[in-house]
Design a protein around this ligand. Sequence first.
Ligand SMILES: CC(C)(COP(=O)(O)OP(=O)(O)OC[C@H]1O[C@@H](n2cnc3c(N)ncnc32)[C@H](O)[C@@H]1OP(=O)(O)O)[C@@H](O)C(=O)NCCC(=O)NCCS
Length: 256
Amino acid sequence: MNARVVLPGDQQRLLQGLPGVQALHVGPWRLALVALDGIGALSAPPRFLTPDELQVWGRLRFEKRRREWLGGRLVAKAAVSDFLVGQGQSPPAFSAIPIHNSRDSHDRGRPQCPLAPFVSISHSHGFAVAVAASQPVGVDLERTRGFSPSAIDSVFTTEENDHINRLSYAQRNPARTLNWCCKEAVMKSIGRGVLGWFSDFELIAGHAGTETLQWRCSRRLQARLPGKPRLWSAQVEDYSVVLAAMDSQQEGRVVA
Ligand SMILES: CC(C)(COP(=O)(O)OP(=O)(O)OC[C@H]1O[C@@H](n2cnc3c(N)ncnc32)[C@H](O)[C@@H]1OP(=O)(O)O)[C@@H](O)C(=O)NCCC(=O)NCCS
């Protein structure tokens, strides 16, 4: 995947010297994206980590996980930096932008940063993306994938499957991947994983692209949403990216 977006000058300067971080536009949002093969070439401990992060990195044993984790930190720091610039602030060095994962039971694993209210990270097949925002956000990146018959039955609702089955055979896996990303992004925006929540979210209209996607959700999911998320998607080569962001105007109340 080649990100087709060139960073504006100020952001370019911020990211100078770091391996290939680029901006990826999804609807009105600007995400930070990095190719993980550039990350894997680092031999010395990366200078952009905080002392706590260096300890975590040192404990990661598997190469794939090391790359994904490191790429996730890098893009999350870039996204926080970009967020601070957008707020009119001067961002500190990346080594002073801590990104850690929540240990609380209600949102275990959710990335957090004291310098930005909300951060979300995703990695898939060689790439990592992240976004930082003042409202709850969730991002999910997936390379187009197949789903087994049992996964199709358990992950997607009857209506979603009916819609997908009306598409040509070649369009089905991209459509399922996009649908999957939507579920992941919405659940990440509230600090949860998708397991146990598959049928609580239903995609009802929209194709990969920059338009807003339409969806509905169950009452139990509504009850956990602090606002009404809007979804945007982008298709870059064979990857889908979905960003779910709480509508800031409706933040703080449940939308029926
Ligand atoms: C963990 C989960 C949030 C996302 O996992 P994923 O899609 O496999 O991985 P992604 O790369 O998109 O996202 C991983 C990132 O999500 C973030 N994350 C983890 N837990 C989170 C939570 N509770 N809330 C928000 N974000 C979270 C982390 O930043 C993590 O990256 P990091 O550990 O390097 O910091 C969750 O949805 C999950 O468990 N998925 C299970 C997948 C599954 O069921 N597969 C079978 C399908 S048939």
